[in-house]
Design a binder for this molecule. Structure first.
Ligand code: SAM
Length: 238
């Protein structure tokens, strides 16, 4: 997968894509990142301005259309297939990101992420090039970098070979109908806080049953919406 990121703060994005799983996925050849500084595409005659006042009044600034269109034009020249590429604009008024969408995007070859700032970006950018307006939750951040990286992280970890165990990702919350259960590691007894005996028993069938019960308990308590879906699935499979 090739990911193109347009941002006025490349250093923020750089530090994230170079670390942890996102960095490892690049080392493993699963993903390539290209980061574009929005200021490099600003009009020199406007003193490298990337934002301006909103038409119609009101407070807050808007990211100007020209630098984003110019950056996109530059990226577009190198895309293999403009039609299948997805152009993501992280925005609180977008569709709420979920695991199904992350799986879908993990199968795309080319992704462009446009990070907004201030009040957002000029509507003409949204209308003409964005394919996916995505929100990471019902709250507002100051800029698109963190949101864009949340979206990217959730996608990249689902690319085969990006992480050591794809099977583990496929068992996580939202990849399965139930939330994930409790996990323990060594030492089995830490300051008198003990690991449940069953996990040390080596009885795989009983361990699996225990995990499922814990996942069910947690899902029922914390996510009645998922619990209802799970019950329907279970009934349907009988
Ligand atoms: N005026 C916008 C609104 O009310 O919907 C909020 C703009 S926000 C202050 C600045 C930028 O941060 C947005 O353009 C977007 O790129 C990013 N952002 C903030 N919150 C976000 C969220 N919950 N999901 C995705 N992106 C978000």
């Amino acid at each position: 997968m090739k990911v193109h990121i347009i941002t006025p703060f490349p250093e923020m994005v750089n530090s994230i894509v170079e670390s942890s799983i996102l960095g490892k996925a690049r080392e493993r050849g699963c993903v390539e990142y290209q980061i574009y500084n929005l200021f490099d595409f600003s009009d020199k005659s406007s003193n490298k301005r990337i934002d301006d006042y909103p038409f119609g009044g009101g407070s807050g600034m808007i990211l100007k259309p020209e630098p984003i269109f110019e950056a996109f034009k530059f990226i577009e020249k190198g895309l293999h297939d403009t039609n299948s590429a997805r152009v993501i604009y992280p925005t609180p008024d977008g569709k709420l990101l979920n695991q199904d969408l992350s799986y879908e995007l993990s199968r795309i070859d080319e992704i462009v992420i446009i990070n907004g700032h201030y009040k957002g970006i000029d509507q003409r950018v949204r209308d003409s090039m964005v394919t996916d307006e995505l929100s990471i939750g019902d709250y507002v951040l100051t800029g698109g970098e963190l949101a864009g990286m949340v979206i990217l992280d959730s996608i990249v970890r689902l690319i085969p070979d990006a992480i050591n165990s794809k099977e583990s990702a496929d068992l996580d919350s939202f990849s399965q109908p139930l939330l994930d259960g409790p996990h323990y590691t060594r030492p089995s007894n830490y300051k008198d806080m003990k690991t449940p005996e069953i996990l040390l028993s080596g009885n795989h069938k009983e361990i699996e049953k225990w995990f499922r019960e814990k996942r069910e308990e947690k899902t029922k308590l914390r996510r009645p919406d998922l619990w209802e879906k799970y019950k329907q699935l279970k009934e349907g499979s009988r």
